[in-house]
Design a protein around this ligand. Structure first.
Ligand code: GNR
Ligand code: NI
Length: 172
């Protein structure tokens, strides 16, 4: 396993649409292993492949609170089948939008069909943080970030901050 570099805003790659994979083989499992290690290292609860620069429809997640009880989840080619009309609000953050947080409304429940780590077809009914996190990650597959739900002004302030930080980091 290896820790990969997480891409941060502003970066065009984060706007790319990720492509479905043909199935779950060695290459996909290696990517999922690396993504999970990268996500744990960054203290995140989810990670989409595009965040490490790979435009494939692959997501890893672990929303368990207990560090000693890891509950890794893997989603390959996920498709949302059903979204509840009811909305829930969570304060969201994103490893690709470091140190920025905002309350975002999303459907409170959803059903997602996907292939698991072993390439088996699964259907998951999610609510709470799990539902929010899945939708946040599915957005990454479409090149969408949580800041896209904010006003143009708020979004541009965040992007300006992040690009400033990138340019000062470059001269250190
Ligand atoms: O670590 C993360 N926390 C989080 C909190 C609320 C809603 C979504 C998330 S996902 C985020 C990791 C990440 O950027 N995944 O793409
Ligand atoms: Ni994210």
């Amino acid at each position: 396993m290896a820790i990969r570099t997480i891409i941060t805003e502003p970066n065009k790659l984060l706007r790319q649409i990720s492509q479905p994979v043909n199935g779950v083989g060695k290459e996909e499992r290696k990517l999922m292993d690396d993504m999970l290690e990268t996500m744990y290292d960054a203290n995140g609860i989810g990670l989409a492949a595009i965040q490490v620069g790979v435009p494939k429809r692959i997501i890893v997640m672990d929303i368990s609170k207990d560090e000693n009880k890891k509950e890794p989840r893997y989603f390959v080619n996920p498709v949302i089948k059903n979204k509840d009309p009811e909305k829930a609000t969570y304060e969201e953050g994103c490893l690709s939008v470091p140190n920025q947080f905002a309350e975002i409304d999303r459907p409170s429940k959803c059903e997602v069909e996907y292939l698991d780590y072993d390439g088996e077809k699964k259907l998951l009914k999610a609510d709470g943080l799990l539902a929010t996190c899945i939708q946040h990650e599915m957005d990454h597959l479409e090149g969408i970030l949580f800041i896209d739900y904010l006003s143009k002004l708020k979004r541009s302030i965040i992007i300006k901050k992040l690009s400033k930080k990138k340019s000062t980091a470059a001269v250190l």
